[in-house]
Design a binder for this molecule. Structure first.
Ligand code: LLP
Length: 461
């Protein structure tokens, strides 16, 4: 299984982390202030362990015993490890060090304000897609100028409010650009999202830069964009693309970047290019991941060439979601029933598509570890939820023997886990816990029946 067989590589990884630990700590303590108003401090100590480890038959994460976390906060439970987010942020930041850049966390992946505050401490900005995300960013202490607003198919009223709040605007349709010009002339800087017509990303549901995608203004309509820009004297501060999630192929990424840079030659006012997110992390052993170091090197070269061609410099922006938080999260669930059928052995758990929809929605793979029985014989289990609809998380997955009451950990649950959760079957959403500096903090309490009823209006019938 993944975690067990990682023991040697995790030792190597941890030694490497240990070596960089002092350097990273000193870097951050120099450049960034500590969290204020919370009972934990982020950069006092960063343990070198960023993945779940098996030590003396107990699983730990970020120095905390995972089963003890479940005992304290109950199941089902989302748990996030700050060290992993920090590791990922630092790796990406270094990978793009060949060019002046900003990392804007695509917070739709996980918007708990504590996570946002932590990413701000790492030095990140934000990419938001709704006014509520924008407000959460402001609450988390981001300055409006560091918050990008990248909506799709919203009303102009929403855009006006984002402008009033001071966010950086990123628009993706021509009628909205016209309205912007009519209302504000060139007084509000605007970034424009281009659809470069390339097929990128892990599956069709998460590909956003192809010809049939609803996102961005088609690259074939560049002349129209220029016409609107000239008509109203729009201040085009940047061009943007986001072509999909889980892009492994750096060539595809660079192909999109080249199209964007060439389009940028039509706009003298450009200060930045935003190349979006979509960097892939491994979800299982042997899974490919984006080689961000190679990408960073090649992209920086491309950008520097372009600067020569333009005769002016610009900075680059990136919008990682999964890359920063996917591996940081676990969903911990309890086994309610072991059911033997002629076809398989089901482990029925106290969760379902209402808490983690990715396996059902995208056929996504999430590794699952039985953390209650690390020494148990390895057998195949099909893990299924408690929702009255087929919600199988995994078929015939090899796991240490699963017994009633055991706790299973779903990996890579940090991104698009709780954020896509619902109250289907009138089930409450799980609590969330954040592990920082070797301590587990509750950052969202479990929902209750009262929460589910809160917005309902009971009629006097
Ligand atoms: N920027 C924009 C404009 C986006 O729309 C997205 C994601 C990102 C950045 C971040 O992409 P990431 O780095 O996380 O791949 N729910 C799906 C993923 C949907 C992504 C939507 N847009 C999933 O669970 O796979």
């Amino acid at each position: 299984m993944r975690i067990e067989s990682f023991s040697l590589s995790s030792i190597v990884l941890n030694l490497a982390s240990l070596a960089s630990f002092f350097a990273i700590n000193s870097l951050f303590s120099r450049n960034h202030s500590l969290f204020s108003g919370l009972s934990f401090h982020v950069f006092l100590f960063i343990p070198p362990f960023t993945r779940m480890l098996l030590q003396n038959s107990r699983y730990t994460l970020g120095g905390v015993d995972v089963l003890e976390v479940v005992e304290e906060f109950g199941a089902p439970l989302y748990v996030y490890n700050a060290d992993t987010i920090h590791r990922q942020f630092t790796r990406l930041d270094r990978a793009f060090s060949g060019i002046e850049h900003q990392i804007k966390y695509a917070c739709k992946a996980l918007t708990n304000v504590n996570i946002l505050r932590f990413i701000r401490q790492c030095g990140g900005g934000l990419d938001t897609v709704s006014l509520n995300e924008l407000h959460l960013g402001l609450q988390a202490g981001f300055e409006a100028k560091d918050i990008f607003f990248t909506p799709n198919n919203v009303s102009f009223d929403e855009v006006k409010e984002a402008i009033a709040l001071g966010a950086q605007l990123n628009l993706d349709n021509l009628p909205m650009l016209e309205k912007l010009g009519q209302t504000y002339g060139g007084s509000v800087p605007v970034c424009i999202r281009i659809n470069p017509h390339i097929m990128a990303g892990g599956n069709e549901k998460i590909s956003t830069g192809h010809i049939n995608s609803k996102f961005g203004i088609s690259i074939t309509q560049l002349d129209d964009i220029v016409r609107v820009q000239k008509q109203y004297g729009l201040d085009v501060s940047g061009l943007h693309m986001h072509t999909g999630s889980e892009i492994v192929d750096t060539d595809i990424f660079l192909q999109g970047a080249q199209i964007l840079l060439e389009a940028g030659r039509r706009f003298k006012t450009i200060r930045f290019f935003d190349f979006g997110g979509g960097f892939k992390v491994p979800y299982k052993q042997g899974d490919k991941e984006t080689n961000v170091e190679e990408l960073g090197e090649r992209l920086a070269a491309l950008c520097h060439n372009e600067m020569k061609q333009r005769g002016s410099s610009f900075y680059a922006c990136f919008e990682p979601g999964k890359y920063l938080v996917s591996e940081a999260g676990l969903l911990l669930v309890r086994v309610n029933v072991i059911k033997q059928t002629p076809a398989t052995t089901f482990a029925g758990v106290d969760s379902g598509l209402n808490h983690l929809i990715r396996p059902m929605f995208y056929k996504a793979h999430h590794d699952i570890t039985n953390i209650s029985n690390p020494e148990g014989a390895v057998k195949p289990y099909s893990v299924a939820g408690y929702i009255c609809e087929t919600d199988n998380f995994a078929w015939d997955r090899e796991m240490n023997e699963v017994r009633e009451g055991d706790i299973l950990a779903f990996h890579n649950a940090g991104a698009y886990g709780i954020m896509m959760a619902s109250n289907y079957n009138s089930r409450p959403r799980p609590a969330e816990v954040f592990i920082v500096n070797g301590k587990a903090h509750l950052i969202r309490r479990r929902e209750t029946l009262e929460d589910i009823l809160r917005t309902q209006v009971v009629l006097d019938l």
